[in-house]
Write a protein that binds this ligand. Sequence first.
Ligand code: DOR
Length: 461
Amino acid sequence: MNRGAACKHIKDKGHSLSKTFDSVFKGGTVVNQDGVGRGDIGVRDGRIVALGDLATADAGEVIDATGLHILPGVIDSQVHFREPGGEHKEDLESGSRSAIMGGVTAVFEMPNTNPLTTSADALADKVKRATNRMYCDFAFYVGGTRENIADLPELERLPGAAGIKVFIGSSTGNLLVDDEASLSRILSVIRRRAAFHSEDEARLNARESARREGDPSSHSEWRDGKAAMISTERLVRLAHEHGARVHVLHISTAEEMAFLAHHKDVASVEVTPQHLTLTTPEIYERLGTYAQMNPPLRDAAHQAGLWEGLRLGTIDVLGSDHAPHTREEKDQTYPASPSGMPGVQTLVPVMLDHVNAGRLSLERFVDLTSHGPNRLFSIAGKGRIAAGYDADLTIVDMAAKKKIDESWIASKCGWTPFEGRAVTGWPVGTVIRGKRAMWDGEIVGAATGQPVRFGEALARG
Ligand code: DOR
């Protein structure tokens, strides 16, 4: 498809058509709601104002994207950047550097920091720390607890809030709502879509003896598929009872995926690149405790179920669950070793490699990483390459052959479970509100991170 003829300028107050654009991204192959086709993108005041053939346009800067694909900015809707309280493993600045190095333009960050993000003050503190210090744009989930249920309708609509996050099963940090009565109360009060870590705490507690000292592979036996399924069934039942929208994070089992396909009216679904890519038992033999995460990595049969969910459209978004821990922490003997692995920087190359291998289309990738977050969370003005939207772009070289190398990782943790992986497809440019943040593997812009705005809280954002 050639959309060269479809050039349209948008006039708005104070701008003449002669000095038309601050910048033009030229000659790239644009992937958006129109499909895949050659076209230029005109940007003014940080927003997309024109699409089509802009060969003769007057622009402050012309960025040549010939031979490259231009995607809407990739939004990673699940990361843990550890600030405040865990800055030895990551902070908002270092996590965001890792994000833009990997082609990610915005992140939603999780509340299991120290202190927890469970109050308006804690949220405002994170927004203040992040603004103009993070390299990408951001929103923060507010943790739902038994104590703050009455405040959730107010908290979920505060500026910078991505919504409410609830840990139904315990993981890193001290957030846990494991009783049905409290979960039910949370679902009865929230109005936005809320996100859930879904593993059944009672079953996890009952099965603790399944953990074998020094054997991280027993992590997947302890936190078995049934623990995830029990919790997800309960969550969906309560969501129907209350007419609530639930976002079920990092689905790891084939059974949950098949079940969730029947409940798309209330439930949206996330998977991680690592659950789609790494399989047990092999991964524990290779990485030991570095492969330990919650919910755990699983075998090839579960992974096939996840890919089937991706093919059928059951999966709405990809999240990296970027959860860095230092090597020193990971080197402890299982089960003392913490769960979690970094991922914000490797999401794009790992998934582009799957695209090149024919496992999903580039359009489906965009659906999962831009259109999906835009739709689920009602993001205002991000997630599409369309006039009026922020000029957030992930520019990729689909033909680049590279090896993922730890020396490239900008996260403070300094390691990746994908070390040594040969991939085809690589992020070469990260553009945030019209400005290049990363180009050709170098950070080229200042840290100008701003809160993502949401349709359900516009007046406050
Ligand atoms: O493995 C995990 N690590 N899963 C989670 O849900 C939390 C995360 C962390 O914060 O380390």
